[in-house]
Ligand binder design. Structure first.
Ligand SMILES: *[C@@H]1O[C@H](CO)[C@@H](O)[C@H](O)[C@H]1NC(C)=O
Ligand SMILES: *[C@@H]1O[C@H](CO)[C@@H](O)[C@H](O)[C@H]1NC(C)=O
Ligand SMILES: *[C@@H]1O[C@H](CO)[C@@H](O)[C@H](O)[C@H]1NC(C)=O
Ligand SMILES: *[C@@H]1O[C@H](CO)[C@@H](O)[C@H](O)[C@H]1NC(C)=O
Ligand SMILES: *[C@@H]1O[C@H](CO)[C@@H](O)[C@H](O)[C@H]1NC(C)=O
Ligand SMILES: *[C@@H]1O[C@H](CO)[C@@H](O)[C@H](O)[C@H]1NC(C)=O
Ligand SMILES: *[C@@H]1O[C@H](CO)[C@@H](O)[C@H](O)[C@H]1NC(C)=O
Length: 765
């Protein structure tokens, strides 16, 4: 799994690890055979013993028993043993274990989710009181002020979880805020051997050594903490989306960045048993996407769904390219990342008195000092190509020439982070970096030397100055924190984009939420950046990634669950998607960061940017039950045993029903030929007597009509169906175009986004 935050150097390290010859296998035995978990466990041991030849061998090979969401186990098996088990009666599937890697203050005011308004969701939901969010991640730092329980009431009596002890973690580390903590390393160690603790800092317990899980947990449900900042920047009070909610932490990812699928499934199994309401998963593996029956998050979340638990996942950080979105199962909420209206301008002045602004997170004062400025390409090391020096790749600069100077570097490969350039310049004894790069608000903090990010326009002006000046110089001011000085939201450059490469008929991502430069809790043992030499100790840190946007939505979902405890996961997702904003507070269309900037579309943000207060009262919802997903899985070409694995449902004629169209709050048609009619059903969750009229915005090239045009409801909870007819005269391989239809009763505006691509008519070939 990939922890979806922008952890650049760790990602480079991870790519080197490659695939391990694995011997852990997940043996899936379908729906639980017995209500009593002991009996299921016994069955698993007998099944394993029948192939391994003895109880003792089964005992030592067994890694996990899965017994709550579904029945099965994980065990260390040779290839031939795995095959023998797969052939046993009662065994539905054997999956090899996989390795996945690891993918606030201001953001909540920005979402207008504040206590100031007694009409808002935060107030109405009592801040999420007594709902429980499970976070599957790198663990938690329990001493953080964000997890102080002094204002929390007693632990909800329905809670069945526990506080699992371990290294520097005992039952005193759980409280009325962190009500559960568990850790899963058995499959990881069976795969990689014991964690090498002399090369990485790690705790064999729920305690977080990396920071990722502490950051995501406090973003979802951290308590109020006043006077928080990151080295003086972004000052304010910090809190999570649902400050009244409880947290249960499930640690599955370890300091090497790896998370094992058998461990992740065990975490889902326990979370389902423990009684969480929402599961937040900021992990994934990059494309190509695995089939749903081969994806632990898809399988685990389906079993969660059946218990009414909402699962929220990060979309991934592989943007801005299309077809990069991950975690695309239709029963998950997939979250893209957006910018907020806080920025960190850092001014600098050249020797010709021209002043520019870039962005940095550097707080030491360089005011008044003047530094020599050089262009990296002009100080290339003898052995380095000019193109490598220009972008300040490792070891490309001549230290004699760089010493004591500010160096101007230009990003060439997209997404190469400024911190890599800063490290190169630092190693060449330079004193600072001006890094010209694609336009993005995402700041990579550089602890060792100042690193100011500018766009190519500013970078080019600086280069002109350097080339025209005999002794170019620069002076730098300290970074400031600016609020409302930048148009927001925008979809973050790195945020993975749709369509889903696995199932393009399911619109993904579902929604966008803040994920850029987010301040949240951090363990003091983990340096705030992943750069070597970073020895700073902080209790709050600024991070970016869809890992950060996911827990924003998890927090909001937790509030919605508190306000509407009987809503299904599908209804909650619908409420979020149909009320999301596609414009900012100035009524300007939201754009996507990228080259060049463009108006954002549903492949950037699904329904749009999350609007929590509106989601609390959506008017209508598209509802669904878990069995409604089965025809869709049939349409994916999955056979009975694959569907059994995902859903636990087994019937020989499971795929007899023909319509695979899901009652989703979105429409995505990858292959429109001529004409297509879809059916949707909405449930009235607003006032008894409501009359909704439809307004259609057809995608260019496609004519969309909705029938009937008026829906009159006479009861809350009643359902009405309508047809959506899409027609095109284009007989060609088209590109996606986008539209929407909006049901409106004058108060509620229920917006359903449409993405459609025409294809050539067969008859014309
Ligand atoms: C928790 O917060 C309360 C109230 O602000 C404070 O008195 C207490 O010291 C805090 N507890 C810890 C462990 O920091
Ligand atoms: C937990 O550990 C702390 C620190 O070592 C210790 O003070 C405390 O007594 C322990 N609590 C329990 C319940 O063991
Ligand atoms: C553990 O890591 C250290 C430091 O990187 C290394 O010297 C040692 O050989 C490693 N031990 C094992 C068992 O891999
Ligand atoms: C820049 O401004 C300073 C102070 O205002 C002035 O002394 C200096 O001559 C100016 N330099 C240039 C190149 O204009
Ligand atoms: C670095 O630059 C100095 C001065 O121009 C030169 O003498 C030296 O050979 C260069 N070294 C490398 C490795 O390029
Ligand atoms: C079902 O599909 C999977 C994956 O495509 C395949 O490995 C398996 O053999 C199939 N099972 C049956 C019973 O056809
Ligand atoms: C509501 O409308 C439905 C369908 O139009 C009708 O069958 C039903 O009797 C109505 N109920 C009330 C309470 O008016």
């Amino acid at each position: 799994m990939e922890v979806f935050y922008v952890l650049w150097t760790a990602l480079i390290l991870l790519q080197g690890l490659g695939v391990n010859a694995n011997n852990v296998h997940i043996v899936y035995m379908g729906q639980k055979q017995y209500e009593n978990p002991q009996l299921n466990q016994q069955l698993h041991h007998e099944t394993l013993a029948s192939v391994l030849g003895s109880k003792e061998a089964a005992q030592s090979s067994m890694v996990y028993n899965y017994k709550h969401g579904f029945s099965g186990f994980a065990a260390k098996l040779s290839h031939s043993q795995a095959k023998a088990i797969a052939d046993l009666p009662g065994v539905a599937w054997v999956l090899p274990n996989k390795i996945l890697n690891m993918h606030t203050t201001r953001s909540w005011e920005f979402l207008q989710l504040t206590l100031k308004s007694t009409k808002g969701l935060l107030h109405k939901s009592k801040m999420g009181a007594d709902t429980i969010v499970g976070v599957i991640d790198t663990g938690i730092w329990p001493e953080s002020q964000s997890f102080n329980d002094s204002y929390m009431g007693p632990i909800p009596s329905r809670w069945k979880g526990l506080c699992q002890e371990g290294e520097l973690f005992n039952s005193s580390n759980c409280n009325r805020k962190i009500i559960g903590a568990r850790w899963y390393i058995k499959a990881y160690e069976a795969e990689f051997g014991p964690l090498n603790r002399s090369s990485v800092r790690e705790f064999l317990s729920p305690r977080d050594a990396l920071g990722h899980g502490t950051h995501t947990s406090s973003t979802a449900a951290g308590d109020f903490v006043d006077n928080v900042n990151f080295l003086g920047l972004a000052p304010g009070s910090a809190r999570g989306g649902a400050p009244g909610a409880r947290i249960a932490t499930y640690k599955v990812c370890w300091a090497t960045g790896d998370c094992s699928s058998a461990d992740i499934l065990a975490a889902f199994d326990d979370a389902i048993h423990d009684g969480v309401d929402v599961i937040s998963v900021s992990l994934g593996s990059p494309p190509p996407l695995d089939a749903y029956f081969d994806d632990p998050i898809a399988i685990g979340s389906f079993h969660a769904l059946e218990k009414g638990i909402v699962v929220v996942c990060s979309a991934g950080n592989s943007g801005p390219y299309s077809d990069t979105v991950t975690n695309t199962a239709p029963w998950l909420i997939t979250v893209a990342a957006s910018t907020i209206d806080r920025s960190f301008p850092t001014a600098f002045t050249l020797g010709n008195n021209q002043t520019f602004k870039g962005q940095a997170l550097y707080t030491e004062n360089h005011m008044g000092k003047s530094y020599n400025l050089v262009y990296a390409e002009d100080i290339a090391s003898r052995d380095a190509a000019a193109s490598k020096a220009r972008t300040c790749e490792a070891d490309s600069l001549n230290a004699t020439l760089a010493k004591g100077k500010f160096v101007l570097c230009f990003q060439t490969r997209t997404q190469k982070p400024s911190s890599a350039a800063a490290l190169t310049v630092y190693n060449a004894q330079g004193i600072g970096v001006i890094y010209a790069q694609i336009r993005t608000k995402t700041i990579v903090s550089s602890p060792i030397i100042p690193c100011v990010q500018v766009d190519f326009e500013v970078g080019t002006s600086i280069l002109s100055y350097i080339q025209a000046s005999r002794s170019p110089v620069l002076s730098l001011a300290a970074t400031e924190t600016a609020i409302k000085k930048t148009l927001a939201p925008q979809i973050a450059f790195f945020s993975s984009r749709g369509p889903s490469s696995l199932s393009p008929s399911i619109l993904k991502p579902d929604i966008a939420a803040p994920g850029v430069n987010i301040l949240a809790a951090w363990p003091p043992v983990s340096p705030p950046s992943d750069m070597p030499l970073d020895r700073r100790i902080v209790n709050f840190n600024i991070e970016s990634g869809t890992s950060m946007s996911c827990p924003h939505v998890s927090g909001i979902v937790t509030l919605l669950k508190a306000l509407h405890p009987r809503w299904s996961p599908a209804a909650i997702r619908s409420a979020l998607v149909t009320t999301a904003s596609v414009t900012d507070e100035f009524a300007l269309k939201i754009v996507g960061e990228g080259a060049p900037q463009k108006v954002a579309d549903p492949f950037d943000y699904g329904g749009g940017h999350v609007n929590p207060n509106k989601a609390a009262d959506p008017g209508l919802v598209y509802d669904m039950k878990s069995e409604n997903y089965i025809p869709f899985l049939c349409s994916m070409g999955y056979n009975t045993s694959a569907i059994h694995l995902i859903t636990g449902k087994s019937k020989s004629n499971i795929c007899s029903r023909s319509s695979s169209d899901l009652n989703l709050p979105t429409i995505s048609i990858p292959n429109l030929r001529g004409k297509l009619t879809l059916r949707r059903t909405v449930t009235n969750v607003g006032p008894e007597l409501s009359i909704y009229k439809v307004h259609v915005q057809s995608p260019p090239g496609v004519e969309v009509s909705v029938k009937p045009k008026v829906l009159s409801f006479n009861a809350t909870g009643s359902k009405m169906s309508f047809r959506v007819i899409l027609k095109t005269g284009l007989n060609l391989e088209g590109r996606y175009s986008f539209g929407a239809f909006v049901w409106s009763d004058g108060v509620h505006h229920v917006r359903t986004p449409i993405a459609v691509r025409t294809v050539e008519h067969d008859s014309f070939i």
